[in-house]
Design a binder for this molecule. Sequence first.
Ligand SMILES: [Zn+2]
Ligand SMILES: [Zn+2]
Length: 126
Amino acid sequence: MGERPLEQKTCKACNTCLEANRSKEAKVRAQVLDHYGWECACCGDPQAEFLQIDHVDGGGSQHRKEIPSTYRWLIRNGFPDGFNTLCANCNVGKHINGGVCPSITHEGRYMTASSRVITETRAEAL
Ligand SMILES: [Zn+2]
Ligand SMILES: [Zn+2]
């Protein structure tokens, strides 16, 4: 008598839906990492759960504000150049350090226009 079964409602929070959503996101992410690589472009860390896609020339946060899902955007745009896989450590380090990963153990592996200048300046100072 007008009673609608609960399971036909679209839910945003039940475990089944969260789980389904998560595996969908994981598949999208896997497609992107298949293209950009499954290890950090800076330190070579292959720990998949820490890998993020980084905008090589910076502006990643700006970009993320414009696009709700970077992964989907990358797929839709045919995996454009200018993006790299970075682990969470290198990504955060790079942004805090003004575009260059601050770790001396992987210094110079991840070369952008700005990091090259800094590496050369350091070499001259030595
Ligand atoms: Zn790294
Ligand atoms: Zn690094």
